[in-house]
Design a protein around this ligand. Structure first.
Ligand SMILES: [Zn+2]
Length: 312
């Protein structure tokens, strides 16, 4: 594959403050991930790879043995998906991978590293991304939301059960690992599997002006959030009831001349913080007027600060 230098520099310079020339940068190609079942028994769908191809450009990657130095970082400036119809994966799909072009600004510090890459040292990449859907390969059930009886790693009807990752939500990072020869072969990738963030989706919903399109993963995330909010709402309602009950019982003692039902009804429009404050002060007042009798009478009862209440 040949790359058009002028075009690539144009892409690279979108990410730079000063315009870089061909001599300033070192460019290289790497494979980020593919659609083969990996060691974690997970596999990206070809569609997810396409989605990731749109999310990864601009993301910076670090080299694992030097991750503290900014000099040693590279940035992806172009991603695409490649399929090989002559090579089938263990699932019988044409082998498909997410390829990327990356650049590093040439410096004295990274000369050695560039030489290593040039030298074709075995390269492995680890990617960090958020996937909206993680499905059972046997039945298609969402593992996180519903779950199913199929066990990862077991074989069902001659097929290895694994997780199918789809609906890429975000791509965070990648690291380019120059793997020493003795390292166990086959360690290809690791990635964060996070729930899609609800906040950005909620922002989108709030800002929407008319039709709104959500991915299945976003919808699932939103439905989950709605469920949580409903639960929180029910809890808050129960707490309000409890506060109103305390207010009602306390007002009988603290303000006996007041009609309890009317008072409680009047309080019902107050917010929860005001209710809490009122309940606390009325309870205190009621307690002061009708102090609890000590369980142990006489000399064994410890004097407490509240004892002055007995003197009324
Ligand atoms: Zn299943």
């Amino acid at each position: 594959m040949t790359f058009d230098t002028a075009k690539e520099l144009e892409l690279i310079n979108r990410y730079t403050r000063k315009t870089l020339t061909e001599d300033d940068v070192y460019r290289f190609t790497l494979t980020l991930c593919d659609n083969e079942v990996d060691r974690d028994l997970e596999r990206f769908t070809p569609e997810a790879l396409q989605e990731l191809a749109a999310l990864f450009p601009g993301k910076t990657g670090l080299f694992d043995h030097s991750c503290k130095s900014e000099q040693q970082s590279a940035r992806l400036f172009c991603c695409w998906v490649e399929s090989d119809r002559t090579r089938l994966t263990s699932c019988g799909e044409p082998y498909t991978c997410l390829k990327a072009r990356a650049y590093m600004v040439r410096t004295k510090e990274n000369e050695g590293l560039i030489a290593e890459i040039e030298g074709g040292i075995k390269k492995e990449v680890s990617v960090g991304c958020a996937m909206g859907s993680l499905c059972c390969s046997v039945c298609g059930a969402e593992r996180r939301a519903e779950g199913c009886a199929h066990e990862k790693g077991r074989t069902y009807h001659g097929r290895l059960c694994h997780d199918v990752l789809s609906h890429a939500i975000d791509a965070y990072e990648w690291s380019f690992v120059a793997v020493p020869a003795q390292r166990e072969a086959g360690v290809t990738k690791a990635f964060l599997k996070e729930e899609p963030m609800t906040e950005p989706i909620l922002e989108t919903v709030k800002a929407a002006d008319g039709e709104l399109k959500l991915t299945k993963a976003q919808l699932l995330s939103l439905q989950k959030k709605i469920g949580e909010l409903e639960q929180a709402g029910a809890d808050a309602l129960a707490y309000r009831e409890q506060l109103l009950d305390i207010i009602g019982r306390s007002v009988l003692v603290a303000l006996p001349q007041i009609n309890k039902s009317l008072f409680v009804e009047g309080c019902s429009s107050m917010d929860i913080h005001a209710l809490k404050t009122l309940a606390q002060s009325l309870k205190k007042q009621a307690k002061a007027m009708l102090p609890d009798r000590p369980q142990l009478g006489g000399a064994t009862a410890k004097p407490t600060e509240d004892n002055h209440a007995f003197c009324i």
